[in-house]
Write a protein that binds this ligand. Structure first.
Ligand SMILES: NC(=O)c1ccc[n+]([C@@H]2O[C@H](COP(=O)([O-])OP(=O)(O)OC[C@H]3O[C@@H](n4cnc5c(N)ncnc54)[C@H](OP(=O)(O)O)[C@@H]3O)[C@@H](O)[C@H]2O)c1
Length: 327
């Protein structure tokens, strides 16, 4: 085995060393990371959900700097417009269309899909990044628990709706931003929406992220071949408004070793551009290397569990199965 890979695996076991800025710095040096040329995404269209803050914002500016047309999908017209104006000032060309979508509402996401299908002739990369932690159990307008709706069901509706556009764009890629926290939980397959046990926002978040990754694996299995590819990445711990707000105690303690948002977003940009992953599908990455899906005994999801989760999410999405299981 490659000695560098052994060293990287040892870093990963330490968790703090892996998820902090120490991990990314060591890996950058260990593997001699390179960066794409400034026109790597010229002529390509990338969609980012949650581009107005944190990792989505950092990914958007990295992708824009590589020449991409970036579709900015968010819920606040004001924040999206401010971002578009900033990008326009930095790059001098308006290749940053705004599409309004509240990921807490399937109706809103369906309208965004319709708008994108109407206006965009291609979609090279879809980045499912928007996310939030809800301390209390709430339900959105579709009657779905909000964490599950934002992290799982709405992105599923977005991806299902845009699948034909992705499939008609050669070499397209789908990237889901998950969380290392997902390792800690196994979803309750009988109660994805927390109707029968006391709600716990952090656990609900971790479980929803685990469902998200299970679906990435299902997409890769159900839609094999030339494209799109489907991969997940987790960013480690990055200094973002979202982290500061949702985990203030952790944020204060860990702030000195947190990654920057750009470091947290590095693997997003890499997955969107690097030729070595053009045909890789169904994997979970941290710092440009595939990582295990399971780490803690008792949290593993079997192939049958993943199928069941797919069917549950199809039912919640309320539309025909976009990729029935291969026979
Ligand atoms: N930071 C970390 O260390 C870390 C670690 C693991 C995983 N992650 C994941 O990384 C992703 C980005 O997180 P972040 O830390 O960058 O958080 P952030 O700074 O709070 O950014 C979250 C983004 O998601 C958008 N968003 C939230 N709820 C939305 C909704 N209902 N509809 C549409 N957009 C919505 C926000 O839009 P507004 O501007 O309108 O609020 C914002 O653009 C999330 O999926 C998060 O779970 C982050």
């Amino acid at each position: 085995m490659d000695l560098r890979a052994l060293a990287d695996d040892a870093i990963e076991v330490s968790i703090v060393g892996s998820f902090s800025r120490v991990g990314i710095e060591l890996r950058r040096r260990l593997f001699g990371w390179t960066y794409p040329p400034s026109d790597a995404l010229a002529g390509k269209t990338v969609l980012v959900t949650g581009p107005t803050s944190g990792l989505g914002r950092a990914a958007t500016s990295g992708l824009a700097a590589l020449g991409a047309r970036v579709i900015l999908v968010g819920r606040s017209e004001e924040r999206l417009t401010a971002l578009r104006d900033e990008l326009l000032a930095a790059h001098g060309v308006d290749r940053f269309p705004i599409v309004l979508a509240d990921m807490g509402s399937l109706t809103s996401v369906r309208a965004a899909v319709a708008r994108i299908l109407e206006t965009e002739p291609r979609l090279d990369v879809l980045i499912d990044n928007a996310g939030a932690i809800s301390p209390e159990r709430t339900e959105g307008p579709d009657g779905i628990e909000a964490t599950l709706a934002i992290l799982v069901v709405a992105p599923f509706v977005l991806l299902s709706g845009l699948l034909p556009l992705l499939q008609s764009t050669p070499g397209s890629r789908v990237i889901s931003v998950t969380s290392g926290g997902m390792y800690s939980q196994r979803p309750n397959l009988d109660d994805l929406q927390w109707t029968s046990e006391p709600f716990d926002g952090m656990r609900a978040y971790a479980r929803a992220k685990r469902v998200q990754v299970a679906l990435v694996r299902e997409w890769a299995r159900r839609v094999p071949g030339a494209g799109p590819t489907f991969n997940a990445m987790h960013p480690g711990w990055a200094d973002t408004p979202g982290l500061a707000e949702s985990l203030p105690g952790f944020y204060r303690l860990m702030r000195p070793v947190l990654r920057t948002a750009a470091e947290g977003a590095d693997t997003i940009v890499w997955l969107a551009t690097d030729p070595s992953v053009a045909k890789v599908s169904g994997k979970l990455f941290l710092d440009r290397r595939p990582r295990p899906f399971d780490r803690i005994p008792g949290t593993r999801l079997s192939a049958a569990d993943r199928c069941r989760l797919w069917d549950s999410v199809v039912a919640l999405a309320g539309a025909p199965d976009p990729a029935p299981t291969p026979t």
